[in-house]
Design a protein around this ligand. Structure first.
Ligand SMILES: [Ca+2]
Ligand SMILES: [Ca+2]
Length: 370
C-alpha cells in the first residue's frame, strides 16, 4: 500500500468504503488525476514511425503520448529501436521490449519539471538482471536528475536491488531493498518530493538506502529542474527488459491517489502475481510449496520458487514463503508429499540457524487483484 507499513488488500477495502460513503468518484484512470504530464502505454500509440503503426515483433520508433499534452517519444537512433512484443507474465499484454544492444532509447522533447516541482513516476516493467549502468527512465537537467537504473547495476555495492536517483541537487541516489525478480512484472511508483523520495514496488513502500551523495548527507537540498527525458536507455547502453506503461505526474500524488490508480487501473490491466504464488493460480498453497521444493538448491526464477530475486532457490526463499503459507492455511488444505514434509522439517530447522546468522529477512508482500 501507498502508506507506511501497509498492504494493498486491507487498505483497498478501507478506501472503497470511504469512497462509497462520501459519494466521491473513484479515480479510475490516469487521466482522472490532475497534473498528468506524460502517459505511454504499449497498447496504444505504438508506432514504427510517426503515423505508421508498429507491427508485432517490429520496431518501435515513435511512442504517442496519451496524456493530451502531445509529448510524444521518439527514438533518436532508428537503427537500434526497441520492438513491440507480447509479455505472457504480464497477462499477454503488449510491451515495448529492449534487448540491451546499443542505442539511446526514446527522447521526449518538451517534457520538463521546474526547480522545486515535485513529481510521481509510475512504470509497469519486467527487467532482467543486468549489471551495466542502464537507466530505463532518465530525466535530467543541468544540476540534477531522476533516474531509475536497471536491476543489478551495482552502484553502491549491492548487486541485487534496483537503484533510483531523484532530481536532487547533485543527484543523490538510493538503493531499494525489495527484490526485483527476473520474469516477474512489477509496478514501480516513485514519488519525489521536496525533502524526500518514496519508492513503492507493487504497492509496498520500499526501504531506500542512500548510497551516493556528492553534496553530503544531512544538509538541506531541493529539487532541481529537469528537461531531458529519455526512456529505455541512456547514456551507457540500453535497458534489458520490457516496459508496458510509463506515467509521470508533475506533482506528488497522495497515498489515496496511488491506491486508487493501482486498484482501479493497473491491477485490472496487468497480471501481477502475489508473493509466493509461483504458479499464478491466485492462491499461495501446497502447490507453490511443492514447486519450491522440487527446485530446491537449484538455479531458478520466480516460477521455480525464487523469492529473493537472486536466481537461486534455497532456504532464504523458504523463509520468505513459509509465513505466507501459514497465513493462508496453504498447507492445511492439502497434505504435502513425503518429500515436502521432509523439506518442511529441514526448512524449519535450518530457519533457526539462518536467522541466528543472518540479518532479519524482509518478506515481499505484493498486493492482489480483488
Ligand atoms: Ca499458487
Ligand atoms: Ca533465492
Amino acid at each position: 500500500m501507498y502508506g507506511r507499513a501497509q498492504r494493498w488488500p486491507v487498505t483497498l477495502a478501507v478506501t472503497i468504503c470511504l469512497t462509497l460513503g462520501s459519494g466521491a468518484l473513484a479515480q479510475n484512470m490516469p487521466g482522472d488525476v490532475n497534473d498528468l504530464m506524460v502517459w505511454y502505454k504499449a497498447d496504444a500509440g505504438v508506432e514504427e514511425s510517426d503515423g505508421v503503426p508498429a507491427t508485432q515483433g517490429g520496431t518501435v520508433g515513435f511512442w504517442r503520448d496519451q496524456s493530451g499534452n502531445n509529448l510524444h517519444a521518439t527514438i533518436a537512433d532508428p537503427t537500434n529501436a526497441p520492438t513491440l512484443e507480447t509479455n505472457p507474465t504480464l497477462g499477454n499484454v503488449p510491451v515495448v521490449q529492449w534487448g540491451g544492444s546499443g542505442g539511446t532509447g526514446f527522447s521526449v522533447p518538451g517534457a520538463s519539471l521546474a526547480q522545486g516541482q515535485e513529481s510521481t513516476y509510475l512504470v509497469v516493467f519486467e527487467s532482467v538482471n543486468e549489471t551495466s549502468n542502464r537507466r530505463f527512465i532518465n530525466f535530467t537537467g543541468t544540476a540534477g536528475a531522476f533516474r531509475n537504473y536497471s536491476k543489478g547495476y551495482p552502484g553502491g555495492g549491492t548487486a541485487d536491488p534496483p537503484s533510483v536517483a531523484a532530481p536532487f541537487d547533485g543527484t543523490r541516489a538510493y538503493h531499494g531493498a525489495i527484490p526485483i525478480n527476473d520474469g516477474v512484472p512489477h509496478l514501480g511508483a516513485l514519488r519525489s518530493t521536496q525533502g524526500n523520495v518514496d519508492q513503492f514496488v507493487n504497492g509496498v513502500l520500499d526501504t531506500l538506502t542512500l548510497w551516493y551523495d556528492p553534496v553530503g548527507a544531512g544538509e538541506a537540498w531541493e529539487l532541481e529542474a529537469v528537461d531531458s527525458l529519455l526512456i529505455g536507455g541512456a547514456p551507457a547502453g540500453r535497458y534489458v527488459g520490457d516496459i508496458a506503461e510509463l506515467i509521470i505526474y508533475s506533482r506528488a500524488l497522495s497515498d489515496t491517489e496511488l491506491t486508487n490508480l493501482s486498484a482501479n487501473y493497473f491491477e485490472p490491466r496487468y497480471d501481477f502475481p502475489a508473493a509466493g504464488d509461483f504458479n499464478k493460480d491466485g492462491a499461495v498453497n501446497d502447490m507453490d510449496f511443492e514447486i519450491q521444493g522440487m527446485n530446491f538448491f537449484e538455479p531458478g526464477g520466480f516460477a521455480q520458487g525464487d523469492m529473493t530475486g537472486d536466481g537461486f532457490v534455497d532456504l532464504l526463499d523458504w523463509i520468505e514463503l513459509r509465513p505466507l503459507l501459514s497465513a493462508t492455511g496453504g498447507l492445511s488444505a492439502a497434505v504435502p508429499e513425503p518429500g515436502g514434509i521432509a523439506l518442511l522439517i529441514l526448512g524449519g530447522q535450518m530457519l533457526i540457524v539462518v536467522r541466528r546468522r543472518a540479518q532479519p529477512m524482509r518478506c515481499l508482500k505484493i498486493g492482489r487483484r480483488q
